[in-house]
Design a protein around this ligand. Structure first.
Ligand SMILES: C[S@@+](CC[C@H](N)C(=O)[O-])C[C@H]1O[C@@H](n2cnc3c(N)ncnc32)[C@H](O)[C@@H]1O
Length: 212
């Protein structure tokens, strides 16, 4: 059993009909990932070792969340997000302004309550703080949080020591937040290249396996 502080149970409700990975569900609120990318990450999560927690860092409205959760059911999917948008890209970033104008976390809750079987465990808060307090053994971690070099590097370095043997660490925006982006300090690509030797790439997705 992964060591973890007790997490409150999900509310007792009748599960809604299981929707699986029906792509038609997700188009209305998809802003960040293609269906092909979602399918790829769902194949990756199936390869996670049986011991350890499964995490998504940065979920926004839950587009990927519902697919990951349905893929790994009955295992839990732990989600960390402060639901304030990409603050590391400045107060004027569209996601920050969007999060100030409406309750994105409430939308996330509706999405996961409607489309999953109650195996999503949200942890609202900062990623580094939540990782420090709640998690000790991680089998799979998807990172799609801030996209600056500094934030991506900090999140990778916070997760890496917690990975069990064979764990998979992966994330988004390797290409869109590429090393030439001075506005992001070299972005996701620079952080991955510096911290994860031996990583592989699938388009905009990067993947690293803890083979040590
Ligand atoms: C690009 S969005 C995630 C999109 C999501 N993966 C999807 O497919 O719809 C980035 C998310 O990371 C969250 N985030 C960014 N930096 C964070 C931090 N330091 N701590 C917690 N959440 C953070 C934002 O609130 C936002 O919801």
């Amino acid at each position: 059993m992964p060591k973890q502080k007790p997490v409150p149970s999900a509310p007792e409700q009748e599960p809604q009909p299981m929707q699986g990975t029906d792509k038609t569900l997700i188009q209305p609120f998809n802003q960040w990932m293609t269906p092909g990318e979602v399918e790829y990450v769902c194949e990756l999560v199936k390869q996670a070792p049986p011991e350890g927690d499964i995490l998504e860092l940065g979920a926004w409205e839950g587009y990927l969340t519902i697919h990951l959760a349905n893929t790994i059911h009955p295992r839990d999917l732990h989600v960390i997000d402060h639901w304030q948008g990409q603050l590391d890209e400045g107060d004027e970033h569209p996601s920050v302004l969007d999060a100030q104008s409406r309750d994105v976390y409430a939308m996330f809750q509706v999405v996961v309550d409607t489309h999953t079987k109650r195996n999503v465990r949200p942890h609202p808060g900062g990623i580094e703080e939540m990782l420090r307090v709640l998690f000790f053994e991680i089998a799979f971690c998807w990172i799609d949080s801030g996209h600056t070099y500094a934030t991506t590097k900090a999140h990778i370095e916070a997760v890496k020591p917690l990975l069990v043997p064979g764990a998979i660490l992966c994330g988004h925006d390797f290409v869109t937040a590429h090393a030439g982006r001075a506005d992001l300090g070299g972005g996701v690509e620079r952080a991955v290249r510096e911290t994860l030797p031996g990583f592989t790439q699938f388009g905009n997705i990067w993947v690293w396996r803890n083979v040590a």
